[in-house]
Design a protein around this ligand. Sequence first.
Ligand code: PRX
Length: 571
Amino acid sequence: MSERKSNIGSYEQRLPNFDWSLAEQELGYKKGDKINIGWYLSDRNCQKGLGMKLALIHEDHLGNVRRYTFNDMRVMTNAIALYLQKLGVQPGERVCIFMDRAPELYFTFQGILKMGAVAQPLFSAFGDESLFTRLDNAKTTAIFTQKKHVAKVRKILGTLPALRHIIIVDADESTTLKDRELAYNMEKQPRVEQFDAYPSTAETPSVLHYTSGTTGQPKGAQHVHYSIISQYLTTKWVLDLQPDDIYWCNADPGWVTGTSYGIIGPWVAGITQVVLDAGFSAERWYQFIEKHKITVWYSAPTAIRLLMREGTDIVRKYNLKSLRHLASVGEPLNAEAVIWSKEAFGLFFHDSYWQTETGSIVITNYPGMTIKPGSMGKPFPGITATVLDTKTFEPIQKSGTVGLIALKPGWPSMFRTYWNNQAVYDSKFKNGWYLCGDRASIDPDGYFWFVGRDDDVINTGGHLVGPFEIESALLEHPAVAESAAVGKPDPVNMEVVKAFVALKPGFEPSDDLDLEIMNFIRKKLSPLAMPQEIEFVKSLPKTRSGKIMRRMLRAKEWGEEIGDTSTLEND
Ligand code: PRX
């Protein structure tokens, strides 16, 4: 295995004269052609003779395994596309996917795209309020869900007039269908041999992924079908997927990693992937790798740190020799974790950096490149990345100086707008650069070193949560007068949510109230957004205009200098 040549070959040699048309050619696409992601993932692979190759090996939490070939995927996604058409769902309408990582999630995503609608995947652990905010904002027409999650949809249905269809994929004879509900059994549905994919072109909207910012409710990053060009080439060159690979991306498609590299990238490249629909357990994960002989694994720092905590003895109990390439994304991958992975698996985890908005990997470590543990690596060919001065927004020339990570717009998978929020989209650009909202420095060899976020967004276990969304939900609790949510350090999740809460008159701090508020947020928003700690305070520090000074509270948690507060006070 070690003699295998990487897809990228030499990074340096790929840089001069790089052009995305290379990926277009490999996908047989010419400017102005039709381009439909749904068609590319199954139909094209069948046309290329891969119909009988396994596309998906799926294992549920009980260990039940389901297998699907590319041809199974083609006819089953055709059936979903046809079903939506018959329901009257129109191209361009948003169709949400709100379920656990069942095969139905992976296939409805493609069926939606095949018939020209926009796929809106949401994390199934979201509570009713998180769900409502996103369905209401997108004016979603239909939602695919499962019995165990339908209660949350029912709860908010009255205030979602645009939501015409609630499609339950695991309904059986005993399920009583309520208002607007339908049952769709993917396995029993007749296979549809022929479906003409919607003739989308490069700029036709494809996926709408919600992501959190400092202010306001989450925003929908709008992607287009042309994104497949970047997703394909980064999958090939960064994840190094090759025809005989068995690939595992352990991200949930409620987040962008799970769609760009858990659906689109590997399948456009005709690769077999495995999915484990079960929570974290080191034993289970190693068993899974051994059982399916996984070769390439795309994971995340929090998971790696959890594995690290379990030690290397447990690694030795399993035969993990099949692994040949490891990559990571979502949060800073600390040097210790990189070094540990070499010791545990004989392989480095290759850090990669990108965002919901970028749609694909933009800065990363390539197979064969010298790894500097703790660094995010170098920009993907075709991506111009730099760090900008925080005041002038000009590129910083001096290496080692911290600035704002910025990218020159124009790569294929860049988001095209925030849904119904062009103003926030526009605010992300300065001097012709797209600002990622992160800080980093670049060393003399051109390696990027992540420093931190440049806003108040909390990154917990690789998932972004917006303080505003948490604070708004906190205010709905009868005891809460005002609140602030910030990230506090955590050895595994990098940071977790901490809430500062001032109570209304008549309420006293207590352990019971503490727990009650935590659970209130967990149910309304999600387990990730739930504060791990609540500090009761008399009042919160504010600017003269009344804005809560989150940065000051955050700095205290991290033991950092509070810095210049004069600007904040004049805010
Ligand atoms: O702050 C950066 C952090 O995660 C943010 C993007 O989050 P999201 O849109 O949810 O997408 C996550 C998966 C692509 C970034 O702005 N982030 C992502 N990757 C890294 C990272 N921080 C440090 N190192 C990384 N490799």
